[in-house]
Design a binder for this molecule. Structure first.
Ligand code: HEC
Length: 307
């Protein structure tokens, strides 16, 4: 009887698989919870601060290969051919290789915007990859692909799955999308302008509720990057990155993902826009002890939110 049932079952499975392939965008599996997606987002930012893997990337500024961990024991990872991919500044971070907006060379780190030498040609949000499904991305991340190292040598199967689920959730609109948070702009410093529609009054209230305990009422309690920037300044300089870090938390630190798992994507996006609009207020969130200069009055990144 089992034998008779089997072909029918197989046909049903195959039909199901074909039906899915014909859709332009395959949905991310419903099993990935918000927490899993946020863990994937932190791995995307800086996997070796978030994973158990002991890895210190080779320092690209020194001539010798002097990192530690990874398949070669020296802070490098290998490509699909098994040969090391050198570190030319990407530090093997996904946010560097794909760019924060996952569009590779066409995106925020690409040639027209920040012109980072190490950004890959394309990423998960590139038009060329709209039909690439979860299994294919898991294979690419695990075994390496087009300049991407083989992360299967340092990350677990479930870490790679949560990374892929995060990227595809952004692609497929199950998490806030870069386009809804900022627009790429070749004339703006760092190549971006925040999106319209942020409500700074709501943002100030959210800030007081969710951030002030750790970052201080005026966001100057923690100064990032070896004393260069307060949180307000960081948002005014790098809003595209601050948006994603705010949502997901800072890898390896006590800063967790926002407790927004029950909110709709539209509500999550609105909260981020509100917070970014609020942080554009230079008086309320000044540079504090940050050594970097404040953005000037005519800086376009914060648009009309700049105060
Ligand atoms: C539980 C404490 C805590 C809370 C709450 C918290 N943060 Fe953080 N945040 C930190 C710590 C610690 C770091 C890491 C600081 C470092 O790397 O020096 C950090 C880092 C960050 C960074 C990364 C800066 C960089 O280096 O690129 C951003 C952006 C940020 N926080 C924004 C926020 C915002 C916005 C909120 C509120 C929605 C918030 N944080 C809430 C503790 C917190």
């Amino acid at each position: 009887m089992g034998r008779k049932l089997f072909p029918g079952l197989l046909a049903a499975l195959l039909l199901g698989a074909c039906a899915q392939e014909q859709e332009t965008v395959a949905p991310a599996p419903e099993s990935a919870s918000f927490d899993t997606l946020m863990a994937g987002a932190r791995l995307f930012d800086m996997w070796y601060d978030e994973s158990e893997a002991a890895f210190i990337p080779d320092d690209e500024e020194t001539p010798e290969i002097d990192g530690s961990g990874g398949p070669n024991g020296n802070g490098t990872l290998n490509g699909p051919d098994g040969l090391p991919i050198g570190n030319d500044g990407h530090d093997y971070r996904f946010k560097n290789l794909f760019g924060w907006d996952m569009r590779g060379d066409a995106g925020i780190y690409g040639r027209e915007h920040q012109a980072k030498a190490w950004v890959l040609a394309t990423g998960p949000l590139s038009a060329a990859h709209t039909r690439i499904d979860r299994a294919e991305w898991i294979d690419r991340l695990s075994n390496g692909w087009a300049g991407l190292p083989a992360y299967g040598e340092v990350l677990t199967v479930s870490e790679i799955a949560s990374l892929v689920d995060f990227m595809l959730a952004v692609r497929d609109g199950q998490l806030p999308r870069p386009d809804d948070l900022y627009a790429l702009n070749v004339d703006a410093p760092r190549g971006f302008i925040l999106a319209a529609g942020g409500n700074s009054e709501r943002g100030h209230a959210l800030y007081a509720e969710q951030c002030a305990d750790c970052h201080g009422a005026d966001a100057t309690k923690i100064i990032f990057d070896d004393g260069e920037q307060s949180l307000g300044q960081h948002a005014r300089y790098f809003g595209y990155a601050v948006a994603m870090i705010t949502l997901a938390g800072e890898p390896g630190s006590e800063m967790q993902a926002q407790p927004w798992g029950d909110l709709s994507v539209a509500e999550q996006t609105q909260n981020l826009l509100d917070l970014l609009a609020a942080l554009c207020d230079r008086e309320r969130y000044p540079r504090g002890a940050g050594s970097d200069p404040e953005v000037p009055d005519d800086d376009p990144r914060c648009r009309e939110y700049l105060r």
